[in-house]
Design a protein around this ligand. Structure first.
Ligand code: ATP
Ligand code: MG
Length: 366
C-alpha cells in the first residue's frame, strides 16, 4: 500500500486507427517522451488500444490490425524507448476485460450518455440509433486500462478529460463499496492551449485520423509542404494588403502550438517573435504564403529526425513485434496483480477464502 501512494505511474495510449499525426505529437507524444526521460516516473505504460479501436471499426477490423505496427513505429521514432517505457497491445491483456465487466456495475447508462466526448464522437461517426454497445461503454474499458496499471498520471489531449473524470468516479465508487485498492488518476494536459486540441488542416475543431485532415508524422517532406500550403486560413484575407484575422486561422493556431522564438532567428529574422508576426498580419500587408512557408520550415525541422528514425525502424519489423510482445507480457503481470486485488476486495476469490469455506462448512454442521 505504501508503494502505491508514493509511486508515480503513467498509462497512456492511442487507437491503431491510422498513423499518428502532429496533433498526437503536440498533444501527448512529445510530453510522454519528456516524462519518460525525466526519470520521475517509476513505470510508464504505453498502450496500443486495438480493442477500443474495434468498437467503432467493426466493418474494417483489418485496418486496426494493420495499424498496430504503424503506431509502434511512430512511438519509437518520436523517442519512446522500450528500455524505459513498456509498450503493450490492449487485446493481449485479458485481465482488462474482466475489470471492465465488474466496473460496468458501477456506472449508469445515463452517466455514459452524459459523457461529452462519447456524445460528440457518436455524432461525428453518425451512429445515432446504431451505437455499438462496446463503443458506448468504452469509457469503462478505458477506466480498466488506467486502473489496471494503478496509473497516477495520464498525459492526454483535452478530448480525453471526460474519460479521466469518469475513471475517477469509478475508482471512487469501487473504493467506497469494496476496499481502497484502486488509484485515482490525474490527467496531464499540455500547458499551451493550442497543443491540447490541434485543429485539422481543414480548420475543423480536431485533427483526427478518422476525419482525414491530418499531417502524419510519417508524411514525406513534399506531402507536408503540400498540406501546409493548402491549409485553411482567413477567408476574408483575399489580398496581401487586407487586414487578416487570427481567430479560427489554422496556420496561426499551428504557430501557437509549434513555433518557438528561436525559429524566427533561423527562418524569419525580420520579426522578433510570434506577437510581431501576428500584429503585422492583422494590420495587413503580410501574405498567407509567407506565413505558410515559415510554418513549413518549422514543421520540417521537427519531422525530419522523426522520419529518419522511422526509416531505420522499418528495416526490422519483427524486432518491433518482439518489443510489443515482451511489453504486453510484462504489462499482463501487473494487470493480473491488480485484478487479484480487485477480486479479493470484492470477495469473489472464493477458493482462496479459507474463512468462507470454514463458515459454510460450519453452517452445515459438518
Ligand atoms: P480517432 O479518430 O481514431 O479517435 P484520434 O486522432 O482521435 O483517432 P486517438 O488515438 O483517439 O487519436 O488519441 C490518442 C491521444 O492523442 C489522446 O490522448 C488524444 O487526446 C490525443 N489527441 C488526438 N488528437 C489530438 C489533437 N488533434 N490535438 C491534441 N491531442 C490529440
Ligand atoms: Mg480519438
Amino acid at each position: 500500500m505504501e508503494n502505491q501512494r508514493t509511486e508515480k505511474i503513467i498509462l497512456t495510449g492511442d487507437r491503431p486507427t491510422g498513423r499518428l499525426h502532429v496533433g498526437h505529437y503536440i498533444g501527448s507524444l512529445q510530453r510522454r517522451v519528456e516524462l519518460q526521460n525525466s526519470g520521475e516516473y517509476q513505470k510508464i505504460f504505453i498502450m496500443v488500444a486495438d480493442a477500443q479501436a474495434l468498437t467503432d471499426n467493426i466493418e474494417n477490423p483489418e485496418k486496426v490490425r494493420q495499424n498496430i505496427i504503424e503506431v509502434a513505429l511512430d512511438y519509437i521514432s518520436c523517442g519512446l524507448d522500450p528500455e524505459k517505457s513498456t509498450l503493450l497491445i490492449q487485446s493481449q491483456i485479458p485481465e482488462l476485460c474482466e475489470l471492465t465487466f465488474y466496473y460496468m456495475d458501477l456506472v449508469t447508462v445515463a452517466r455514459l450518455q452524459r459523457n461529452p466526448t462519447v456524445k460528440s464522437e457518436i455524432q461525428m461517426r453518425n451512429f445515432e440509433s446504431s451505437i455499438p454497445v462496446g463503443f458506448f461503454t468504452y469509457p469503462i474499458s478505458q477506466a480498466a486500462d488506467i486502473t489496471a496499471f494503478k496509473a497516477t498520471t495520464v498525459p492526454v489531449g483535452d478530448d480525453q478529460l471526460p474519460m479521466i473524470e469518469q475513471t475517477r468516479e469509478i475508482v471512487h465508487k469501487f473504493n467506497t463499496v469494496y476496499a481502497p485498492v484502486l488509484v485515482e488518476p490525474a490527467a496531464l494536459l499540455q500547458e499551451r492551449e493550442a497543443c491540447r486540441r490541434l485543429p485539422g488542416i481543414d480548420g475543423k475543431a480536431k485533427m483526427s485520423k478518422s476525419l482525414g485532415n491530418c499531417i502524419y508524422l510519417a508524411d514525406t517532406a513534399d506531402e507536408v509542404r503540400t498540406k501546409i500550403m493548402s491549409m485553411f486560413t482567413d477567408p476574408l484575407h483575399l489580398q496581401v494588403s487586407d487586414p487578416g484575422h487570427l481567430e479560427g486561422n489554422t496556420v496561426f493556431t499551428y504557430l501557437d502550438a509549434f513555433c518557438r522564438e528561436e525559429h524566427f532567428g533561423r527562418y524569419l529574422p525580420d520579426y522578433a517573435n510570434l506577437d510581431e508576426l501576428k500584429a503585422h498580419y492583422q494590420r495587413g500587408g503580410l501574405g498567407d504564403v509567407k506565413v505558410k512557408k515559415f510554418l513549413n520550415q518549422i514543421m520540417q525541422e521537427l519531422l525530419e529526425p522523426i522520419r529518419t528514425r522511422r526509416k531505420e525502424m522499418e528495416k526490422d519489423i519483427p524486432a518491433l513485434y518482439d518489443i510489443l510482445r515482451k511489453g504486453s507480457e510484462e504489462a499482463r503481470e501487473v494487470a493480473a496483480q491488480t485484478l487479484a486485488e480487485v477480486k479479493s476486495a470484492m470477495r469473489i476469490n472464493y477458493f482462496e477464502d479459507a474463512e468462507l469455506i470454514r463458515a459454510q462448512k460450519e453452517k452445515y454442521g459438518a
